[in-house]
Design a protein around this ligand. Structure first.
Ligand SMILES: Nc1ncnc2c1ncn2[C@@H]1O[C@H](COP(=O)(O)OP(=O)(O)O)[C@@H](O)[C@H]1O
Ligand SMILES: Nc1ccn([C@@H]2O[C@H](COP(=O)(O)OP(=O)(O)O)[C@@H](O)[C@H]2O)c(=O)n1
Length: 226
C-alpha cells in the first residue's frame, strides 16, 4: 500500500440486492483496517424513520424532510435497529432513495465518511449502489458485485429464514426484481457499474472466493501498491 499519500484511500463496492456486497465490504474493511459504511443502511434509516412517524413513503416532501432531519445520533440508533433489516424497510428504502432531495441530504454524510474515516482509519470502504459513480467517483478501487436474481433471492431467503422471519422464495424473488428495476431505472443515481469498476459475479463463488478475487483486484490498483 502506498505510504506517500496522506489522503484516506477509498474502496467503492456497488451492486444489486443480496449480491454479497455487504459481506464483501465487511471482509475487505477488516483486512485493510479501514472504516466501513453500509450506505444502504442510510436509505433504510430514512424509510424506517418515516414509517415510524406514520408518514407515507410516496410523499416525496416528507421523505426529504425526514432525510434532512436525521442527526448522526439518529442514524447510529436506526442503523442498529433490527427493523432496519426487514424486507419492508428495504422496499421503503428503494422508494425514498429515488427522491433526489433524499439523496442530496445524505451526500455530505457519505463523502464526509470517506474523507475522514472514523477512528483515524487510513481508508474507508463504502458499499451501496452509486458509490463508484456519484459519491466517490475518484475511489481508489471500485467493484461492482453481481449474481443472478435466482441466486440472490435464494441467499436473501436463507437469510430471512435464518432470522426466523416468514418468507417464501417466489415473493422474495419478485420483491428483489421489483427493487432492482426501481433502482436501475430511476433518473437520479441509478444502479449502474462505473466504467472503471471491476465486475465480480459471485453466482458460483462462496464468500471466501469472492473476497480473494476482490483483494487480488484491490492489490492490483496503483494506490494499493499494484
Ligand atoms: N459469495 C457468497 N456466496 C454465498 N452467500 C453469500 C455470499 N456473499 C454473501 N452471502 C450471503 O448472502 C446474503 C446476502 O449477502 P449480503 O452481503 O447481505 O448482500 P448485499 O449486501 O449485497 O445485500 C447473506 O446471508 C450472506 O451471508
Ligand atoms: N448507495 C445506495 C445504497 C442503497 N440505496 C437504496 O437503498 C435500498 C436498500 O439498500 P441495501 O444496500 O440496504 O439493500 P440490500 O442490497 O442489502 O438488499 C436499495 O434498494 C436502494 O434503493 C441507494 O439508492 N443507494
Amino acid at each position: 500500500m502506498s505510504t506517500s499519500s496522506t489522503r484516506p484511500l477509498v474502496v467503492a463496492i456497488d451492486g444489486p440486492a443480496a449480491s454479497g456486497k455487504g459481506t464483501l465490504a465487511r471482509r475487505v474493511a477488516q483486512a485493510l483496517g479501514f472504516a466501513l459504511l453500509d450506505t444502504g443502511g442510510l436509505y433504510r434509516a430514512v424509510a424506517l424513520s418515516l414509517i415510524r412517524r406514520g408518514g407515507d413513503l410516496r410523499d416525496t416532501a416528507a421523505a426529504a424532510a425526514t432525510a434532512r432531519s436525521l442527526t448522526h445520533g439518529d442514524i447510529e440508533n436506526l442503523m442498529a435497529d433490527p427493523a432496519l433489516r426487514l424486507d419492508s424497510t428495504a422496499q421503503g428504502a428503494s422508494i425514498v432513495s429515488a427522491v433526489p432531495d433524499v439523496r442530496a441530504a445524505l451526500l455530505d454524510f457519505q463523502r464526509g465518511f470517506a474523507a475522514h474515516p472514523p477512528g483515524g482509519a487510513k481508508g474507508a470502504v463504502l458499499d451501496g449502489r452509486d458509490i463508484g459513480t456519484v459519491i466517490c467517483p475518484a475511489a481508489d478501487a471500485k467493484l461492482f458485485v453481481t449474481a443472478s436474481p435466482e441466486v440472490r433471492a435464494q441467499r436473501r431467503l436463507n437469510e430471512l429464514l435464518g432470522r426466523g422471519d416468514a418468507a417464501i422464495y417466489a415473493d422474495v424473488l419478485k420483491d428483489m426484481k421489483d427493487r432492482d428495476a426501481r433502482d436501475s431505472q430511476r433518473a437520479v443515481s441509478p444502479l449502474v457499474p462505473a466504467a472503471d469498476a471491476y465486475l465480480l459475479d459471485t453466482s458460483s463463488l462462496d464468500a471466501a472466493q469472492a473476497f480473494d478475487a476482490a483483494m487480488t483486484f484491490i492489490r492490483s490498483r496503483p494506490a494499493f501498491g499494484g
